[in-house]
Design a protein around this ligand. Structure first.
Ligand code: NI
Length: 173
């Protein structure tokens, strides 16, 4: 089991647009397993490679977060090709934004296109919680944290709280 270090806000790596995966080889399989280990250990329901300092368009997720069953899904180079309806994701959180939660407006249904871990093209619809996770993780691959999707007042409050904590030496930079 390999648990990777999860980068946290305001690490600039989290704002980059991740690179597409060109070839699915053993290295990619290892990254996927390590990402799953890291997600279950955290624990979280999803992880984007960029959060572990890996500049690749890979996400893993498991709405059940059950480390024993370990039934996680993987999407490589995922794209949202359709969005429908609206929902409020209550108390959304992120492993890269520790100790902070907020309601976030999301689409209720999304259609995703990408590749599975064998390199086969996939296209599927997700609703509700899995749809929220997919939107959150795909945002990561585009350098967007969920705090960019909340009100400016809330976002600025959060950002100034972190700035103060860093000044006081309470957080790693
Ligand atoms: Ni996140």
């Amino acid at each position: 089991m390999t648990v990777l270090k999860i980068l946290t806000y305001p690490d600039p790596f989290l704002t980059r647009t991740a690179m597409p995966v060109e070839t699915i080889d053993d290295e990619i399989q290892e990254i996927i397993e390590n990402m799953a280990d890291t997600m279950y250990k955290a624990p979280g329901v999803g992880l984007a490679a960029i959060q572990a300092g890996i500049d690749k368009r890979i996400i893993v997720y498991d709405p059940s977060a059950d480390p024993v069953k370990r039934e996680f899904s993987v999407v490589i180079n995922p794209e949202i090709i359709g969005m429908e309806g609206e929902t409020v994701s209550e108390n959304e959180g992120c492993l890269s934004v520790p100790d902070y939660r907020s309601d976030v407006r999301r689409s209720r249904v999304v259609t995703i296109r990408g590749m599975d871990r064998s390199g086969n093209p996939v296209e599927f619809c997700a609703e509700d919680f899995p749809a929220v996770i997919l939107q959150h993780e795909i945002d990561h691959l585009n350098g967007i944290l969920f705090i960019e999707r909340i009100s400016m007042i809330k976002r600025n409050l959060y950002k100034s709280r972190i700035k103060k904590a860093i000044k006081k030496g309470e957080l790693p930079i």
